[in-house]
Design a protein around this ligand. Structure first.
Ligand code: AMP
Ligand code: GLY
Length: 425
């Protein structure tokens, strides 16, 4: 069996790593991949947004299943193109992926289906957005409508800060086209939670819950990033809460898209804020989260290929998906300066290969192989995950491993999973 994974980050390394453990012994390709993925798959130099190039490669190589990691190719319609070419692909169509690629589309779906979310308004005229802000309490949240790599959201503590965020997006085009429409949203004060689910367009099977750490600094200080670390499962996600999220968020969303004529197939990601035990949707993503994937997949017991095939073939109702009863913790190591501008090309020391049974995995996020080793090649460079029967052990293990991996100016948070620890003590 031949599998193609699209993407080049920590999420894709975790996908390739998990797929490589399948009893089906697949031959794995990754486009474009990175230095870590290269050790377990054949990397091909096609970028993730080159939809035609990927389709031609899949046809030529007779790929049995393509798995899409990032949002950009989904928003470009990779699933539609592959299906037209009669190629199997794990990921939603362009129309279904609007749940992520257009925050106003996703808000409309939520409002029409009574899915709990923050009150918000969408603007295409800057003057109207600024005038609206004058009437709103602070804190308040300003969001670019389109894809902005997790950086298009500003939680403004003052009205002036909110106005600046509107001007940055609409006047200075800080997020390009993605920010020409903005959403201004009520601030929700609570604890964040990620629940991702496999869905074939009808049946929805939630994964173990996870909690991401979006701010760059310890104590949740500083700007939002793509994610600085995660852990799974999150103690805040009790059985009752998970059940509520299934009933009030995931299933109604999947049903709504089916009714709209654009059934959602793949992974639906709900980014939630839990306010006094009630879940509100902050965002939907149309794919696996990063770094949530790096903590969730190590806990998956069922063969990932079986799960993905059941999704693609619309028979998820016939599969039981099993999880380990462990806890996983992931710490992301970033380039100095991230999420602002940063340099790349720094040699990385201390990378060693580990067996999947070791309880620790070093997923590469932004790395490149050069003649004499591996160098940094992105903002998020590595995602180190440890899993164990206890959260404390997993955390200890991950923080023993991280300092042994070094490059100039590297940064990581030292408090990943602090919230879970406070829940468990
Ligand atoms: P998003 O990309 O929409 O998930 O937003 C990125 C981050 O901004 C979230 O993970 C939250 O930390 C924060 N955020 C987004 N929307 C809100 C909101 N309505 N209230 C409070 N924080 C928010
Ligand atoms: N960790 C957040 C995301 O993948 O969008």
């Amino acid at each position: 069996m031949k599998i193609l994974v699209v993407g080049s980050g920590g999420r894709e390394h975790a996908l390739v790593w998990k797929i490589a453990q399948s009893l089906r012994t697949p031959k794995i390709f990754c486009a474009p991949g990175n230095a870590g993925i290269e050790e377990i798959a054949t990397c091909v130099p096609i970028t993730a947004d080159d939809v035609a190039g990927l389709r031609d490669f899949a046809l030529r190589e007779r790929i049995d299943l393509t798995v899409v990691g990032p949002e950009a190719p989904l928003a470009l319609g990779i699933a539609d193109e592959f299906r037209k070419a009669r190629l199997k692909i794990f990921g939603p169509t362009k129309a279904a992926a609007r749940l992520e690629s257009s925050k106003s589309f996703s808000k409309d779906v939520m409002l029409a289906n009574h899915i709990p979310t923050a009150t918000s308004r969408s603007f295409e005229q800057m003057e109207q957005a600024l005038a609206y802000l004058d009437e709103q309490p602070v804190p308040i949240v300003v969001k670019a409508d389109g894809l902005a790599q997790g950086k298009g959201v500003v939680v403004a503590m003052t009205r002036e800060e909110a106005k600046q965020a509107v001007r940055d997006a609409m006047e200075h085009s800080l997020f390009g086209q993605a920010g020409h429409r903005v959403l201004i949203e009520e601030f929700l004060d609570g604890e964040e939670l990620t629940i991702m689910a496999f869905t074939d367009g009808k049946t929805v099977v939630p994964m173990v819950s996870a909690q991401d750490h979006k701010r760059v600094g310890d104590g949740d200080i500083g700007p939002n990033t793509g994610g600085m670390g995660a852990y799974a499962p999150a103690p805040i996600a009790t059985a009752a809460l998970r059940e509520q999220v299934m009933r009030e968020v995931l299933q109604p969303t999947v049903d709504a898209l089916a009714r709209l004529g654009c059934p959602f197939q793949g992974v639906l990601y709900a980014g939630l804020m839990i306010v006094k035990d009630t879940p509100y949707v902050l965002e939907f993503n149309a794919r696996l989260g990063d770094p949530e994937t790096e903590v969730v997949l190590p806990l998956l017991k069922t063969d990932l290929i079986e799960v993905m095939e059941a999704v693609v073939d619309h028979r998820l109702d016939q599969l039981t998906i099993e999880w380990r009863h462990d806890t996983a913790v992931c710490v992301v190591i970033t380039s100095p300066g991230y999420p602002g501008s940063y340099q790349t090309g720094f040699p990385i020391q201390g990378l060693t290969t580990r067996s999947p049974d070791a309880g620790v995995a070093v997923f590469h996020a932004g790395t490149k192989r050069v003649a004499d080793g591996v160098v940094t090649a992105g903002g998020r460079v590595l995602a180190v995950t440890a899993w164990s029967s206890s959260l404390r052990q997993a955390r200890e293990q991950v923080y023993q491993t991280v300092p042994s991996i070094q490059f100039d100016g590297r940064h990581y948070r030292t408090d990943i999973a602090h919230r879970a620890l406070s829940h468990t003590t």
